[in-house]
Write a protein that binds this ligand. Structure first.
Ligand code: SF4
Ligand code: SF4
Length: 143
């Protein structure tokens, strides 16, 4: 919605794992597979065109599709399926973490609108700490 995308490449795919029975409960996971803005992006390492994929100082990995020649090497190496080929434009596309919003001090739209709080936008250290606290709480409450 934020990028007013029509049908075509999905900048965030949501994959389904399960349902499977675990401890007499049916469990199903829905996992958003958006770009993780890798520390050392393999997509950037394989791209033959300098500047087509680049990392900003704040760590956001961006794609300048004007430079892309559509070789699809980045698609092959991305472990999250984040790079998507646009058949009509002949170039790859991916989630840009709503960089325009971030530059205005806002959250990415997916994080803001996910009412289940499955998608969060935080510093990695804070995210790890929060996850540890949630795991500890779940263990203590037997969930
Ligand atoms: S497109 Fe894939 S490989 Fe590149 S930074 Fe994003 S998650 Fe990492
Ligand atoms: S498809 Fe485009 S962005 Fe991806 S590796 Fe090739 S030139 Fe680079």
């Amino acid at each position: 919605m934020e990028h007013q995308r029509s049908a075509g490449p999905k900048w965030i795919q949501v994959i389904t794992v399960g349902p499977e029975e675990i401890d007499n409960r049916l469990v199903m996971e829905l996992i958003p597979m958006n770009c993780r803005h890798c520390e050392n992006p393999p997509c950037m390492a394989v791209c033959p065109i300098k500047g087509a994929i680049y990392k900003r100082r704040d760590g956001i990995v961006l794609l300048n599709s004007r430079f892309c020649i559509g070789c699809r090497l980045c698609i092959q190496v991305c472990p999250f399926g984040a790079m998507q080929f646009n058949d009509i434009r002949g170039v790859v596309e991916k989630c840009d973490l709503c960089v325009d919003r971030i530059d205005q001090g806002l959250e990415p739209f997916c994080a803001q609108s996910c009412f289940g709080k499955c998608i969060e936008f935080k510093e990695a250290a804070k995210l790890s700490q929060d996850k540890r606290e949630i795991s500890a709480k779940n263990i203590l409450t037997g969930r």
